[in-house]
Design a protein around this ligand. Structure first.
Ligand SMILES: NCc1[nH]cc(CCC(=O)O)c1CC(=O)O
Length: 320
């Protein structure tokens, strides 16, 4: 098809959420596409996930909340591509949509932001730590239990990045935990007091990576986006996302999945699962293997999910 040449300039519209982080990400993709001669417009929109700020996301339907409206814009032809934080993209896209591009990952780790101290160990007695994901809550509880700190309270923290930082600055929390990637992208990296190594806070599947979604059947877009693809990141997130998918992909279950390239060129995938009803201890599994294709990455993810299941992890029933 003549349209499939990556050098053919296109006029395209990017659907994006309107949080500062989402706009930064959309502008980033816009600039990269414009460098390649394409003409790009942004279409900003508000999603249900942006509107519901008073409840924990896991209680109101989960990840799809941040992408549905963008998909409707693609479906109706009001936009051509949607730029997402991959962490917010459901494991299975609706029929007729596909992931056309995964870009190079920003820092995938969790960050500690606090005016008081550089980590959990230095928190004052009775401190309140804010975070917004079940995964982080369970990982923090584990770490606190290891330190014998049953005095520390973990409280929900919702809202976009600026809102979360403001709540910290208002004194509602002594410290908050959030993704390093968002802070770094917005030039707020200096607020990070410390970074959790994956050994102490295993990241969520896709954390720190951007994905670009399109309607299927647009080889012109696939070709235009091909130069933005970072294959090593795509292999990592394919493995990570398969773990979530194989376990039901619900964000009301504490689940971490993180893949890293080893110096020997193999991919190490680690995952952790927590029983939403049970005790806080997480089940863990990992495997390191040579991976060259997305199929091999997904097979790795499936095996690690199976290993978790063998240890007692259950498949979540599909979310509402
Ligand atoms: N759940 C919301 C969300 N989706 C993506 C990011 C951060 C950026 C990224 O992971 O790419 C965040 C904020 C956070 O988890 O603190």
């Amino acid at each position: 098809m003549s349209h499939s040449n990556p050098d053919t300039p296109l006029s395209l519209t990017i659907a994006t959420r309107e949080s500062r982080l989402a706009l930064w990400q959309a502008e980033h993709v816009k600039a990269l596409l414009e460098q390649r001669g394409h003409k790009v417009t942004l279409l900003g929109m508000t999603t249900r996930g942006d509107q519901i700020l008073d409840r924990t996301l896991s209680k109101v339907g989960g990840k799809g909340l941040f992408v549905k409206e963008l998909e409707v814009a693609l479906e109706e032809g009001r936009a051509d591509i949607a730029v997402h934080s991959l962490k917010d993209v459901p494991m299975e896209l609706p029929a007729g949509f596909e992931l056309a591009c995964v870009m190079e990952r920003e820092d995938p780790r969790d960050a500690w932001v606090s005016p008081l101290c550089a980590g959990l160990e230095a928190l004052p007695p009775g401190a309140v730590v804010g975070t917004s994901s079940l995964r982080r809550v369970v990982l923090l509880r584990e770490a606190l239990a290891r330190m014998g700190r049953d005095d520390v309270r973990i409280e929900p923290l919702r809202g976009n990045l600026d809102t979360r930082l403001r709540k910290l600055d208002d004194g509602q929390y002594h410290a908050i935990v959030l993704a390093a990637a968002g802070l770094k992208r917005l030039g707020l990296g200096e607020r990070i007091r410390s970074i959790f190594e994956p050994e102490s806070s295993l990241p969520a599947a896709g954390q720190g990576a951007l994905g670009i979604e399109i309607r299927s059947g647009r080889p012109d877009l696939v070709a235009a986006l091909a130069p933005l693809v970072h294959q090593p990141t795509w292999l990592c997130v394919a493995a990570e996302r398969m773990v979530s998918r194989a376990l039901g992909g619900s964000c009301s279950v504490p689940l971490a999945a993180h893949a890293r390239w080893q110096p020997d060129g193999r991919l190490m995938l680690e995952a952790a699962w927590g029983d939403p009803e049970g005790p806080a201890a997480l089940l863990r599994a990992s495997e390191t293997v040579a991976v060259q294709t997305l199929d091999e990455a997904e097979a790795l993810g499936e095996r690690v999910a199976l290993a978790l299941r063998a240890k007692g992890a259950r498949v979540a029933s599909s979310q509402a």
